[in-house]
Design a protein around this ligand. Sequence first.
Ligand code: ADP
Ligand code: MG
Length: 619
Amino acid sequence: MNKIKILPDFIANQIAAGEVVQRPASVIKELVENSIDAEADSIAVIVRNAGKKLIHVVDNGLGMDKDDLQLSVKRHATSKIVTQDDLENILTYGFRGEALASISSVALVEIRTKTKNDKIGLQLLVEPNKEIEINPVNADTGTQVFVKNLFYNVPARRKFLRTDMTEFRHISDVMLKFALSNPHIRFTFYDDDTLIFDVHNESIENRINNLFGESHLDYLMKIDESVTENDEIKISGFVGQPQIAKQSKSGQFLFLNKRAILSKSLSHAVFSAFEQLLEKNQQPSFIINLEINPKKVDVNVHPQKNEVKFEDERYAYNLLKNAVKQTLKKYSLVPTIDIDLDNSQTPFDKVNTSEGNDSDILMVNKMTGEIIENKAEAPSIPQSRLNFDNEYKPKSDKFDDDNSVSAFDELFGLEQPDRKNEISTYDSNFLQIHNKYIVYQSDDGMTIIDQHNAHERILYEKAIKAMNKEFKYSQELLFPSQIKLSPNQLSLLKELKEDLNNLGYVFSFVNEDKIEINSVPNDIKSGNEKGSILELIEQYEEYSEIRHTDKRDNIAASYSCKSAIKTGKSLSAEEMKKLKDDLFNCKLPYVCPHGRPVVLEFKISELDNKFGRAKDLRF
Ligand code: ADP
Ligand code: MG
């Protein structure tokens, strides 16, 4: 018979490490959280080999005395909670007391620390399965932690680490979130000897621009805080204008009491406030902090503490959605349809369950929260209209052949002279519907063009040709303009410079952190010169994560996606004709660079079929 035994500490810690420490980024998250909990206002993070070889975190916080230092690497040792009440009222990042114990069971850990009352610092060395060693050392007030050779003793875990680039991306993401949620703290972040950022105590607005590049704030709308002024939950932050919406959720930063959290339901709340402003599959960008009495939320759902449970999730959802809606309204971005929907008699609201996918629409009763599955229109159609008892009959002989023209005249006014002149020289059969699609009669049926996809295809082919130097595609700017860029943006621009030059973006690097733009491609509208290049490289980065195509293809796709006319723009007959002609001069007019259809054609015979008109029965 097997006897039950208590696991040795070392093994227990390693098992716990499986949950807390998944990759270098999770170590950094735990260490920086400890530094913030220790009231540091300056924190430096240095990594080597994406943290696989070394993670070094330095803070100027409270430090530890000898007893605390000794205990800090023990499991369930924490200075942050003592009683049950504390656990329900957590204001610190940490409270489980297992991070340092877990990390030191899967890596070589050294801690140097000094409190402000001590003259000399202390150094602690932990190696798995060895006695803890503490020695005096020279140190500044605060704490430094070195984590070397992560997972050196757990080869299976080490093997699961991804490439340095991927691991580094996770680290960057963690650092970005800390820097965004704590603008009062100075963060210095190095990758080997390369400085990634050094941001000082500043306003959130300046912090955002320093992290994302100078003009980023121009694309953000400040959340109207008055919406939640007297509430249990306070919402603050920024939502991105629709033009910086992304194909992924990578522009979404959600914090709860400054803790970065993931919440499907809350990010959906923002998404649904945007609903009609975004194109299919687009995700809004946002940086939002919720402030809630810690008693009303539970962050202890998971060891990594990035999931939370709300006492009243639906309430938080509605509050956030409303705050975002108010913000969009303030910036005059709420489409009229949406306002109508709010004021209408129907108590039903549409909820897209899987984001961006029209097929999963739920109807929610706004009053009761009751969910009704099925089609969008079902509940709002008044019964009386579905009454077919009185068969419809034309009242007079208005539709007789003889005077049919005047009948149409009367009904639709198509023959009114001024109406006709408006579209005179162009094919009068172009029609734009919902500011999205262009419909026209073709030789043997009807054609529908998606205006955005079509323009994307046109610009994409132009961009490719320009990069292959088949034609010149640039217009010089009368007044060259300068943009300040983040280090990431700069290094990307250096890498893409030659191709971008050929595409039509001619620029030079000034100082360490600026470029000056001298030319842009012909199709860039004036006023958007700066914006277009920023959008292009941002889109480029995003695509390089999800698409595996070559550099030029990615540049062309990014350029065309961001510069193409948007869904929602109304077009004149002339513009529609030009778009159609340009499209059919393309090599591949039928698909956009992302593989979505551009053109749909309906043959008259298909329509005849659908309407039950057999070929020989025309009546
Ligand atoms: P937790 O953060 O959940 O308490 P940790 O294992 O992360 O658990 O840390 C254990 C304890 O070590 C903390 O409660 C704190 O007292 C101490 N500690 C850890 N890092 C620091 C630091 N950077 N500065 C001061 N004290 C620290
Ligand atoms: Mg901790």
